[in-house]
Structure formats: C-alpha cells, structure tokens
Design a protein around this ligand. Structure first.
Ligand SMILES: O=C(O)CCC(=O)C(=O)O
Ligand SMILES: [Fe+2]
Length: 278
C-alpha cells in the first residue's frame, strides 16, 4: 500500500525543505537542543549583525505608532503587525538559519509562521501577564509544544528595560499548574542581536520596563503545519510580495504543502496561485 501520510505526491512542486547553513558545530547544536528540551528555552547570543540591527530599527521606526489595547498587548507597548508585508529587514530574523535548524528538529516539516511582530515596550510599562504561547490549541498538557517562539533583542535586553522573563522547565507543567510566587523567574538579559528561543508550552512574558528608555524587540512564533496560524498571512501579505521572497519564507507563510496535501489550492500546490515567476 502507498504511504500517503509520508510521501510527497506532487511532481512540479514538491514540499520544500529548509535552505541555509548553520555556523556552529553539530555537537554545539545538539547541546543547544538538549538544553531547549530540558529547560524549555535557550539563548542564542549575537546571531544578528550590527548592520541588520540598524536596518530593522530604521524600518521599524517608520511603522511604530499605536499603543496596545489591553494588558496583554501592553498599554505602553507599541506593536507592528503584518511584518512580512511591511518590513523586508525582518526576513533575516524570521528565517535565521540557526532558528530554522532548531525548528526543523522539534516540529514537523512545513511548519508555519504563526505571527511576527515588532514589540516596543516603553518606560514605565508593567510586566506583561505570564502566559504560554500555544494554550489556544486546547490539547491537554503535559504534551509536546505545538509552537515555538523567538524574541530577538534589537535594543540590549537589561535587568530593568523589559527583557522577556521565563519560568525554566515550566514547559513540562500540566494544565492545573499555574505560576506562583515561589517559582524561579529568569530574565533574558542579552545583548542586541541575540534571541531567546522557547517552546510554546513555556510560561513567560514581556518584563516590566522601569529603565527610562524603551525596549525594541522582534518576536516570531511558528506552529505545527496542521494548525491555524494567529496572523492570517494569506490576507496580510500580497501575492506580489510573496513572489519575491525566499523559499524558506514562502513555505513559512503557507505557500507549502504538509504531506500529503494539506494546504492545497484547487487540488494544486499553493505556489501555483502566485503571479508569474512561479
Ligand atoms: O515582549 C516580550 O518579551 C514577550 C512577548 C510575548 O511573549 C508575546 O507577545 O506573546
Ligand atoms: Fe508570548
């Protein structure tokens, strides 16, 4: 019998695999992976260049405006949504080879970008409520993560400017267990260009900012390929924009097939819907 679940049935447009090389050894990568699975997060130091940071900052500044509408978004926090349409300087964060290598290891092929946001936490902003990022997928815990997130520091993340906080090992908690006063909280204090990468089951949140300055960050969430994404990128990213993107980004935005045929359009690969060039 044909194995329809695992076979790529397409001819012209098969399912695409991650492109890009990582710059660390296989042993170091394996060590990071073990740490991620044990504590629920890892910090990847200085993986974005000064030039890339300057470029994303300049582009973000042209879009930052509104403040959040509730305590989750943060009433003193500015967010840019729809980033893959608006900001080409964010691409190198969304498809960073080391991030994708970790995603390849913990998620099924053709995982999707669920959301991408710039987050600017202003001074005198209270901490964001602690939460997990995949709790709207109502599958009982403990369980494997259904999403993975990154938060990149564009400004240095310091003790007092709102660095992301996380509860180590909380990715293993069941549904009954909620954060309480005795829990260990770590702050992702890290230089600009670094990121905290964590499982969607980990309890975390944006930190309190009492530094006198704002904290600029870029965050991405990725979900298993069979789940609904938070942002509807089919509507927010124009097909004319998608045509110019890398294979990695096309796949992450849903121009991909989760074998054997999830994601099809009129029985065909979604890339066939793109304007000429594809
Ligand atoms: O801003 C941060 O450090 C974290 C943001 C976050 O966890 C979220 O918006 O889901
Ligand atoms: Fe979050």
């Amino acid at each position: 019998m044909i194995d329809y679940q695992n076979q790529d049935l397409a001819r012209t447009y098969g399912f695409t695999k991650t492109e890009g090389e990582i710059s660390i050894s296989a042993e170091e990568f394996e060590r990071q992976h073990q740490e991620l699975m044990e504590q629920g997060y890892i910090i990847l130091e200085r993986i974005i260049s000064e030039e890339q940071l300057a470029a994303v900052r300049a582009e973000a500044e042209t879009h930052l405006g509104h403040f959040g509408r509730n305590s989750f978004e943060g009433e003193r926090t500015q967010r840019i949504y729809g980033v893959p349409q608006k900001m080409r300087t964010a691409d190198c964060f969304i498809e960073h080879p080391l991030v994708l290598a970790h995603l390849d290891r913990v998620m099924q092929p053709s995982y999707l970008l669920s959301q991408a946001q710039v987050i600017n936490i202003q001074d005198a902003s209270p901490a964001q409520p602690l939460h997990t990022d995949d709790n709207f997928y109502r599958v009982p815990r403990p369980r494997p993560a259904l999403s993975v997130a990154t938060v990149f520091a564009i400004d240095d993340f310091t003790e007092d400017n709102g660095a992301t906080v996380a509860i180590p090992r909380s990715h293993d908690w069941d549904d009954e267990r909620l954060p309480s006063d005795g829990d260990e909280l770590v702050k992702a204090v890290m230089p600009a260009g670094s990121c905290i990468l964590f499982l969607g089951t980990l309890w975390h949140g944006g930190g309190e900012n009492f530094s006198g300055s704002s904290r600029l960050a870029l965050t991405c969430q990725y979900c298993e390929p069979y789940l609904r994404t938070q942002e509807n990128f089919f509507l927010s990213v124009a097909p004319e924009t998608v045509v110019g993107l890398s294979e990695n980004l096309k796949r992450l935005l849903g121009y991909s097939i989760h074998p054997p045929f999830m994601g099809m359009v009129n029985g065909m690969h979604p890339k066939r819907t793109l304007p000429s060039g594809e």
